[in-house]
Design a protein around this ligand. Structure first.
Ligand code: MTE
Ligand code: HPA
Ligand code: MOS
Length: 781
């Protein structure tokens, strides 16, 4: 089903599990056997209490009364936490203030935390949390982007990126189009929900186990709410059962509340959200409304673009500044925009604060331009792929600078798309599909090929750093720790492979320990797909330090030149002398050589002046393309993806098996966002789709029956990334835009491809049906 790249000849592997090899995920067997320990599985002290939260039941209003006596007197209840009990900071906003740990006077969304309760059992705590008597004085609530825009309500100032005079370029263009387009939010649906366990320590310290992508931020916020220094808080994260951005900042509140209750009661406290409350009380992908005006010529070449991107941020800033920036950075996708004016608005709504989600705004910006490209194709009568190719960045005629001034240095997209066009038989299949559609009145097929260009680096520059810590013990075993967290993406596996490669030992000699703030401090979130780029380099640095120390020792001890000390095949040679790795380590220990080192890395070359909206925010770009073919029923709107072919650029892959897994998962997750996953709020601001019965994520049966994935061969990163690999975590999600475009293609057949369907995302069967009906009506007018 899937095609793994051939192992390059120069990489005949002398060790088992080095960089570039198809190694299984370090915990795969534990995931399936149930032995993998998640936060809720951590051994907890016998007297551990269970916490739960009481949530608001209006979207916006003043809190008039909060009577917690019935909660306090409920069976099993030990203590209740209110805002007055917080000794330190009460705002846990990660970047900007605006996220109260508990509601003070004003409720800003349905599901906001009013108080927390600790009881002797999980059930007792949950039941007690329902007993509060709450009265509100409701206020008008903005629940949609449109309402927030109308009220000029924003969580952060708007921002513009521009080049040239877009309005003039549009006006003088031979053809123009304008319109509006919406994409919906997305629930993370991590298998493991939000969970934290806090255990009080001596000297008012706190040990925190939490399912978080950002242990250091959890540490800082727990210290702040407790009013103690960070050096008294240790956060430990062994793994998450999925995170997808939903645990970058939105894990903090549960750790802070558990820590506050642990401090107050003097006992360990565990807080785990039930799924429906996790849906209501934690942020999601931002929905976007885009308004555009584009000028182009009869060849489909874009001449000018005005794009207004408005994101529904929810009630607080959280990460929305960076998320909308990333949407704006990706409003070009892979296309050169000679004149562009791109505006980003951070709209405030009285809904849960939206947060990071795989792609971090990139998918929303990219979908906005792909919708425009589709409209241009219909208006010009060209194949959408021809329009795409005409607009690609290219090295030839100065069309290689983005609208924010970054030069495209590696022109991968055109050859990658050509390769996929050929391998997928795109053109023949497109003709054959049009033939089929002529003779099939109800069932229609569609096909689309879409590209992805995704910028790699945190756009917040200081986050592009990482640390690692390596110990070698006297039995020759190696213990590895770094600042990255494991959420299923295979980061621990990849970093261990890098260390195996450096020492030229088998992978099974290395154990990865949980990510801990007392081992590697001041870490960045594991996000922006940069986990292996950053932590892999930091680990390589640490390994390199130990190796050069050992080399220096061996050279001196055996009186040989340093060049003749070689680490090879789990052995170390020093001139004529050869030792097993373990023997050599024991010798070094006996000669009092330190066998431990920290490593550090910061990404070079990146800079960005946000005031001027110019610079090089990304170290490099990752590329990919996908062709999807599907079948729709134009009388019901139901559809089925029949085949997807993907070619993706992972550079010199660190682990092709894991990278292909990331491509599969990312694609399917993106397909869910664009097709079946629909968030629906009631007029009272309550999330109606707060469980998997009403919120439809893709199931195994939605996998395309033909799913061909290829890593672009012979494409090492030109930048000096870790072994010239490329980040893989987020970019493949946007390959699913091919599915949304193929749906449009199938729908367009209803009016013989003369009209462009209106199809907001997610393109649920209902929306597909409505789009078919609308096209039928328009085509007879
Ligand atoms: N893969 C799995 N299995 N589970 C996850 O939670 N998160 C994604 C991606 N792949 C995720 C995943 C997101 S949002 C990011 S940013 C990256 O993994 C983070 O890890 P990396 O930087 O090590 O790729
Ligand atoms: N991606 C993911 N998370 C982030 C980013 C980013 O670009 N910036 C800040 N947090
Ligand atoms: Mo990923 S959205 O950067 O956690």
């Amino acid at each position: 089903m899937r095609k793994l790249p051939d192992v390059p000849a120069q990489r005949a592997f002398a060790i088992a599990g080095g960089a570039g090899q198809d190694v299984k995920h370090e915990s795969a067997h534990k995931h399936v056997s149930g032995e993998a320990i998640y936060t809720d599985d951590q051994a907890a002290p016998a007297d551990t209490l269970h916490a739960y939260v009481g949530l608001s039941s209006i979207a916006h209003g003043k809190l008039r009364k909060l009577d917690l006596d019935p909660v306090r007197s409920a069976p099993g209840v030990i203590d209740v936490l209110t805002l007055d009990d917080v000794p330190g900071h009460t705002d846990i906003g990660p970047v900007f203030p605006g996220d109260p740990i508990l509601v003070d006077e004003e409720v800003e969304f349905w599901g906001q935390v009013l108080f927390a309760v600790a009881a002797t059992s999980y059930d007792a705590a949950r039941k007690a949390a329902q007993l509060a008597v709450v009265e509100y004085a409701p206020l008008p609530a903005d629940l949609t982007i449109e309402q927030g825009l109308a009220n000029k309500s924003f969580v952060r100032p708007s921002h513009v990126q521009q080049r040239g005079d877009a309005a003039a370029a549009i006006n003088s263009a031979p053809m123009q189009l304008q319109g509006e387009f919406r994409s919906g939010g997305q629930e993370h649906m991590y298998l493991e929900g939000q969970a934290s366990l806090c255990i009080p320590q001596e000297d008012s310290g706190m040990l925190v186990y939490t399912s978080s992508q950002h242990p250091s931020e959890g540490q800082k916020l727990v210290a702040e709410v407790l009013g103690i220094p960070m050096n008294l808080v240790t956060v430990d994260v062994r793994r998450m059962g999925g995170a997808f951005g939903g645990k970058e900042t939105h894990a903090n509140q549960w750790a802070c509340l558990a820590a506050l209750l642990a401090r107050k009661t003097g006992r360990a406290v565990k807080l785990r959200l039930a799924r429906a409350d996790d849906f209501s009380a934690t942020g999601k992908r931002h929905p976007f409304l885009s308004r555009y005006k584009v000028g182009f010529d009869a060849d489909g070449q874009i001449l000018g673009l005005k794009l207004e991107l408005s994101a529904g941020c929810g009630m607080s800033p959280d990460l929305s500044d960076a998320i909308v920036d990333r949407a704006m950075f990706h409003a070009d996708n892979a296309y050169f925009l000679p004149a562009a004016h791109i505006e980003g608005h951070r709209v405030k709504t009285h809904t849960v604060s939206n947060t990071a989600f795989r792609g971090f705004g990139g998918p929303q910006g990219m979908l906005a331009i792909e919708n425009i490209v589709e409209q241009i194709a219909t208006a010009t009568g060209l194949d959408a792929l021809a329009v795409r190719k005409r607009n690609f960045y290219s090295a030839t005629d100065g069309r290689d600078i983005t609208h924010y001034g970054q030069q495209i240095e590696q022109h991968i997209i055109a050859p990658l798309v050509e390769r996929l066009e050929a391998s997928s038989g795109y053109h023949d299949r497109r003709l054959e599909i049009r033939e089929f559609n002529r003779s099939s009145p109800v069932l229609k097929r569609g096909i689309a090929l879409t590209p992805v260009k995704f910028g790699i680096s945190f756009t917040v520059r200081h986050l592009n750093q990482a640390g690692a810590l390596i110990h070698i013990y006297t039995d020759g075993s190696i213990q590895l720790n770094h600042g990255g967290t494991e959420m299923g993406q295979g980061l621990y596996t990849k970093v261990a492979q890098i260390v195996a490669q450096e020492f030229q030992v088998d992978l099974d000699r290395i154990s990865c320990t949980s990510t801990r703030t007392d081992k590697v401090p001041n870490t960045s979130p594991t996000a922006a797909s940069a986990g292996s780029d950053l932590n892999g380099m930091a680990a390589k640095d640490a390994a390199g330090k130990i190796k050069s120390r050992l080399t220096g020792f061996a050279a001196e001890h055996f009186a040989v030149p340093a060049e003749s000390v070689v680490f090879k095949d789990s052995c170390v040679c020093a001139g004529e002398h050869t030792f097993t790795f373990t023997e050599f380590i024991q010798l070094a220990y006996m000669q009092r050589i330190s066998l431990s080192a920290t490593g550090y890395y910061r990404t070079p070359k990146i800079h960005y002046d946000r005031d001027k909206a110019r610079g090089r925010p990304f170290f490099y770009y990752a590329y990919g393309a996908a062709v999807s073919e599907l079948l729709i029923d134009t009388l019901t709107g139901e559809y089925k993806v029949l085949r997807t072919d993907i070619c993706h650029d992972a550079g010199q892959s660190l682990n092709p098996a894991i990278d292909i897994g990331q491509i599969e998962g990312g694609f399917i997750q993106g397909m869910g966002w664009l097709t079946t996953e629909e968030l629906v709020w009631g007029e009272d601001g309550r999330l109606q789709t707060a469980n998997p019965a009403s919120y439809k994520i893709p199931a195994i049966g939605d996998t395309p029956p033909q799913f061909n994935i290829e890593l672009l061969p012979d494409s090492p990163n030109v930048e000096a990334t870790i072994f010239h690999s490329k980040a893989i975590g987020e970019p493949p999600l946007m390959l699913a835009i091919s599915v949304w475009c193929a749906l449009r293609d199938a729908i367009a057949s209803v009016a013989d491809y003369r009209l462009s369907p209106v199809l907001d995302a997610p393109a649920t069967p209902e929306r597909v049906l409505m789009a078919c009906n609308e096209l039928r009506e328009r085509s007879v007018q």
